[in-house]
Design a protein. Structure first.
Length: 601
């Protein structure tokens, strides 16, 4: 790095951090206490205040606040004309664009619920998500029309499909249907304002293992996320937030968009993330805030220098999943004045915010709010993932710096939105997330499924997902920890770590799937692993892949890799022969030796 590049700023002082928390609490309280407290109603009011100021800036279309309100009113009137009743579900399958937001704002304005479908879904998974939502109508963007035709016959009647944009002639055009409808505010006879606790959206879990679950997101939750992050980011009308994360997830679709609409700023919506054009686009669009997930930052850090990467107007990067080893190099190279890292579950009940900018931490709950947002880490059985109890039947709290599953206490019906758990459309899945009588009779806690540790100062750190941690040679192995070491090896572009069963052995042996470039060396990999990891944590099997499959939010799909294991991989697999101190090809002879126990692990 050159001497002209500024060093990352020190941790923010206590007074500034307190102002962040108080501001976020105040804005959220004001929004939730307002009459008819919903984001669609707020957008209608903002149209009168901000008028022609940009609200949503797309690659091909910009909607001002007035235009967004008018467009959403047309979609609301379409729903009324189609006879959609409050609570009826409309599924939306569309890439990122301003109209995406206008659609769900309009439909939820008259009490409908919009299921935000992952645009990567197809076949049985797409059918599952539509059926799980009990959708009466499905809106599909023209570029994805082939998905509609492929699954249409497998859906129960009367599910009606609507095309958005020119394309498949067998489907009615929604964009043409709304064009003649008035865009002015709904008349008294048309209004069906939903209550704050009514459902607004269905947002699906990523489905890294198993089929996605549809999470109920109420109007109150949408406002809470929007107001909270508007406050934490100190957002205002001059801010423009660059949003290339999927709009079908909570971070990109609600936090990014909603926080700007609450603040009177603008969301710059891009269809997807491109490392090659990211900084040029950020600089040219005048973005003052960028959204990230951790893998996005790592991709950028490993990319070649790009125009705009240090000449932008960005004052803040806000997101989650930024690892400690990426944090400071990312902030340093790209001249990011401040990073706001957070942790939140789509289902609600638990959130953490790192206002101080402490590298690697996912946040904390300040002492003055601990009673309002109770969080606990409990010890788990590493082989089953189930929490451990003492002789009295109560759960065991993890000690400082000891990993434990993060739990959030669920409040009673009248408690704040932040401590509510609204569950999934599947009651069985909802019940599986609940723990009762954890520390006292009658209490209820939400299971995050995430292992975390908490230091003496109260900062939380992500360790791994329950189920990703595996046990080998009597020791617990964190896939996240091993992947971090692998990704620091020269030539390694991407890494997925998981455990695989080996006949005749207890637990699961470590295996890594790597994407590498020409500078990669197995010999160097072995040396690096030996110097950075204990023997039990070093992967015994290494699979070299052309690419790793991910979800829309860059989460690795490791379930299929684990099922293929070391014996059924379509890619080359290498075995760490610790008697010869070398990686050797996992050929048929070696596989037979491993399976028979002749080659000892």
């Amino acid at each position: 790095m050159t001497a002209s590049i500024p060093a990352p700023p020190a941790l923010r002082a206590g007074a500034a951090v307190t102002r962040d928390w108080v501001r976020a609490l105040r804005i959220t309280h004001l929004l939730l206490e307002a009459p008819d407290a919903t984001l669609p109603r707020l957008v209608q009011a903002a149209a009168r205040t901000h008028g022609e100021a940009p609200a949503l800036i797309g690659s091909d279309e910009t909607l001002s606040y007035a235009a967004l309100a008018a467009r959403s009113n047309r979609y609301a009137r379409w729903a009324l004309a189609e006879g959609l009743a409050p609570g009826d579900v409309v599924a939306l399958l569309m890439p990122n664009r301003p109209d995406y937001v206008a659609i769900w704002l309009g439909l939820t304005q008259v009490g409908c619920v919009v299921a935000l479908l992952n645009t990567h879904l197809a076949s049985d998974a797409l059918v599952h998500c539509i059926v799980a939502a009990r959708a009466r109508h499905v809106i599909v963007a023209a570029p994805l029309a082939d998905r509609a035709l492929a699954v249409k016959a497998h859906l129960p009647e009367p599910t009606r499909w609507w095309l958005h944009g020119a394309g498949e002639p067998s489907l009615p055009r929604l964009d043409l249907a709304i064009a003649p409808l008035p865009g002015d505010a709904l008349a008294a006879g048309e209004r069906r304002p939903p209550a704050a606790r009514d459902p607004a959206l269905l947002i699906y879990t990523s489905g890294t293992t198993g089929l996605p679950k549809a999470t109920n997101i109420t109007h109150a939750r949408v406002l809470e996320w929007s107001g909270w992050f508007a406050g934490m980011m100190d957002a205002g009308p001059d801010d423009r937030l660059y949003d290339c994360l999927p709009l079908y997830h909570g971070v990109g679709g609600v936090v990014g968009v909603g926080s700007m609409l609450v603040a009177g700023g603008a969301a710059i919506i891009r269809e997807d993330f491109s490392a090659g054009r990211f900084w040029t686009d950020v600089a040219d669009s005048g973005a003052t805030i960028i959204q990230y997930i951790g893998e996005l930052c790592r991709y950028l850090l490993h990319s070649a220098a790009a125009a705009g990467e240090t000449t932008h107007r960005v004052r803040l990067a806000c997101g989650n999943g930024l690892r400690a080893d990426v944090w400071e190099p990312f902030q340093h190279r790209f001249h990011i004045p401040r990073i706001l890292e957070f942790y939140a579950a789509t289902e609600g009940c638990m959130s953490l915010t790192n206002c101080e900018g402490k590298p690697g931490s996912i946040g904390r709950v300040p002492q003055f709010l601990a009673h309002r947002f109770p969080v606990a880490l409990v010890r788990c059985d590493p082989s089953t993932g189930e929490p451990l109890r003492d002789q009295a039947g109560h759960y065991l709290r993890a000690a400082p710096d000891e990993p434990g599953e993060a739990l959030a206490e669920i409040g009673s019906t009248g408690d704040s939105t932040g401590t509510r758990f609204d569950g999934y459309t599947d009651p069985e899945a909802t019940n599986a997330k609940l723990l009762r009588d954890v520390f006292a009779a009658g209490d209820r806690w939400f299971r995050t499924g995430d292992l975390m540790r908490r230091d003496a100062a109260g900062y939380y750190y992500f360790v791994d997902r329950l189920g990703d941690t595996f046990r080998w040679r009597g020791e617990n192995v964190s896939t996240t920890e091993v992947a971090t070491v692998l990704q620091s090896v020269p030539g390694v572009i991407d890494a997925a770590v998981y455990g695989v069963a080996v006949p005749g052995t207890e637990g699961n042996a470590g295996m890594a799937a790597l994407v590498v470039d020409q500078s990669f060396s197995l010999a160097h990999l072995r040396t690096h692993l030996a110097s950075h990891l204990p023997p039990y944590a070093r992967p015994l099997f290494v699979r070299l892949c052309a690419a790793l499959d991910t979800t829309g939010t860059f989460r690795l799909r490791k379930a299929d890799l684990a099922l293929e294991g070391y014996a059924s991989s379509p890619d080359p697999v290498w075995f760490d022969d610790r008697t010869a101190d070398i990686f050797v090809p996992c050929d048929a002879a070696l596989l037979a030796a491993i399976e028979s126990g002749k080659t000892r692990l």
